[in-house]
Design a protein. Structure first.
Length: 304
């Protein structure tokens, strides 16, 4: 039996977002050394690898062991693909002995796969009931989302929803969480959904209700997996792990991540410069085919 309650997907459930745009901007050459910092189920990597020659190399990182297990099968016949079960913020040559010292092309997709969002045993989404865990790798000491709701102080919970969910009116929700946890542990996604519904007057406005659900779950996902911290550490070492004239493409899905990437590309003292002032977004046709692409934003960074 796997030590992870959820099993690796048996087939790809995730449609690679902005794939054509990414391939066009990266302009992969046969001898490139590519880093896919969040390989997921390997959709982007499969397309990038097809443009590599035998002298090229692709390295895929993912902290989700089930994603790596899936990709080990998917890329088993390719000797120039290396897979590592870790967060890409640990890719620095001083801490990783498994990867090349420098990369010429980098992709970082900061979204979750459809498999992760839809799987009941992960609890990342409010669309299904399941354990309120949210950890991408349960073989760690980090707190689950349930642990956070059980242990954070009133001020810490308020700050979490304010800073990570941009949910500025959160006092009633925080009080509801504190009152509920004194009676029973908050361990299921439906428990949290019920508390949210009791804390806000949605007036049968489904769009408003779903927005608040998304903000609360986003805040907990960010806190549970230290998403912004990992992104900050990755960007800080980007210069050390890239060749001259390297190209970095990053897909983000909320304003907190996009703001960090945008500011990084505007720094005058750094070696990276944003290729375009505006973000690249999915076409209407792609959104119609894959609604989860709606909030995706793509930024390209060129090393000077």
């Amino acid at each position: 039996m796997s030590k992870y309650p959820h099993q690796p997907p048996q087939k790809e459930h995730h449609v690679p977002i902005l794939l054509d745009e990414i391939l066009n901007e990266l302009d992969i050459q046969e001898n490139d050394t590519i880093l896919d910092g969040t390989i997921g189920l390997g959709g982007h990597s499969q397309a990038m690898h097809q443009q590599l020659g035998k002298t090229g190399h692709l390295v895929g990182y993912d902290q989700d062991p089930n994603a790596i297990a899936f990709c080990q099968s998917r890329f088993s016949s390719y000797p120039n693909v290396t897979l590592i079960n870790d967060n890409v913020s640990h890719v620095h040559p001083s801490t990783s002995k498994h990867t090349p010292k420098k990369f010429s092309k980098i992709l970082l997709d900061l979204g979750y796969s459809s498999y992760q969002l839809d799987h009941q045993n992960i609890g990342l989404s409010f669309l299904q009931d399941g354990p309120l865990d949210m950890r991408l790798n349960r073989n760690t000491e980090q707190n689950s989302a349930s642990d956070i709701l059980q242990s954070y102080s009133e001020q810490d919970l308020s700050d979490l929803f304010f800073n990570f969910g941009e949910l500025y009116q959160n006092k009633r929700l925080v009080n509801a969480i504190i009152n509920e946890r004194q009676k029973t542990p908050i361990t299921q996604t439906n428990q949290l959904i019920s508390l949210i519904k009791k804390s806000y007057f949605f007036h049968q406005n489904r769009r408003k209700m779903l927005k608040v659900f998304a903000q609360v779950f986003q805040a907990l996902r960010i806190a549970t997996n230290d998403e912004l911290g990992h992104l900050e550490r990755f960007l800080a070492q980007l210069s050390d792990i890239t060749e001259e004239k390297a190209v970095v493409v990053i897909i983000s899905f909320h304003s907190l991540e996009d703001r960090m990437i945008k500011q990084f590309g505007k720094r005058k003292e750094g070696p990276f410069k944003a290729r375009y002032k505006k973000v690249i977004t999915p076409t209407q046709n792609e959104i119609e085919q894959n609604s989860r692409a709606t909030s995706a934003k793509l930024r390209i960074l060129d090393k000077k």
